[in-house]
Unconditional design. Sequence first.
Length: 216
Amino acid sequence: MSAVATSATSRQHAEDPSVRRLGLVAYESTWHAMQSFSARRDPGTPDEIWLLQHAPVYTLGVAGKTEHLPRIANGIPVINSDRGGQITYHGPGQIIAYLLLDLRRRGLNVRTLVRRMEQAVIDFLAEHAIAARGSIDAPGVYVGDAKIAALGLRVRNGCCYHGLALNIDMDLAPFHAINPCGHPGLAVIQLRSLGIALTTEAAGEQLVVHLKRVLR
């Protein structure tokens, strides 16, 4: 997953986003809800973070290529999304944080926002003694050479939606059928494999604290 930059404006005061906890939800209906929210918002609309998990699904970004699609039939649907980037997998045990933000009001462009999203995940992992890094060439968060969080955004009229997916305690096998984020052979890792026993919900609550901090 990746993002396409947009222009920055001078930073204005913006309140912390409110948080909506949606539980386990279908991808397509949630995506269309984000589109509707973004289409009807005005300059006074408060920003939101949606915390959730998705039922198993592959999503293909606007730059997606057919060679990265699933190589085996596993019954998991593939949905063409309007976010940036290539293909990724979502499933239970992965926390999703969708950021519905007015970038102009926050004085952010997409490149800066992506770096701050990465930093929020890095700081969250550091609290659990896990060293991680972001990547300018392949946005996301990595532990060693393995990807633990994927990022992707859509910007429309100075506002964004979509966000990040952080692997907590999930079945990683569906990643093996694709080229994750368009990178053949890319290893994928999760919090459980690193010895951190957090529920997906608890990890989401910790992550959102760091997201709010980097957005101030």
